[in-house]
Write a protein that binds this ligand. Structure first.
Ligand code: SF4
Length: 126
């Protein structure tokens, strides 16, 4: 897991705080560190399958810090999906901006041919 290299908890002097659900203060400290972590969403995603510990700032074992509910997880994962989709569209836009006129013409020709065949199949079927 490459993302763990950016973890805010890496090298923390009290790593046990992430698995101290019986101690609200220690759990709250872990959650606070997670709050500023640049890889929080990745961590949260991995932690969805975990039964204990604080993952992505969310206690997985019903810890004593608010925020351990599934709705919050789902909202964050939804936001992540949207962010991925926006990033993909941006990547595609950049790729198209760099496309040569010949490559663009070829891509459009392939698309036209695909559409033509699809229409033909639909006409045959209908
Ligand atoms: S979100 Fe929290 S537990 Fe996950 S990597 Fe970051 S600091 Fe560590």
């Amino acid at each position: 897991m490459k993302w763990v290299h950016g973890a805010a908890c890496a090298g923390d002097p009290s790593p046990g705080d992430w698995f101290a659900s019986a101690d609200a203060d220690r759990t709250a400290r872990a959650v606070a560190v997670c709050g500023g972590c640049p890889v929080r969403l990745e961590c949260l995603e991995v932690g969805l399958g975990e039964g204990r510990g604080v993952w992505g700032g969310v206690p997985r074992d019903g810890g004593q810090v608010p925020g351990g509910d599934r709705e919050q997880d789902q909202a964050i994962l939804e936001a992540r999906k949207v962010a991925r989709s926006v990033a993909r569209r941006e990547q595609e836009r950049k790729r198209l901006a760099l496309e040569s006129p010949e490559a663009r013409e070829m891509r459009l020709a392939v698309r036209r041919e695909y559409s033509r065949k699809r229409r033909a199949r639909a006409t045959e079927a209908g």
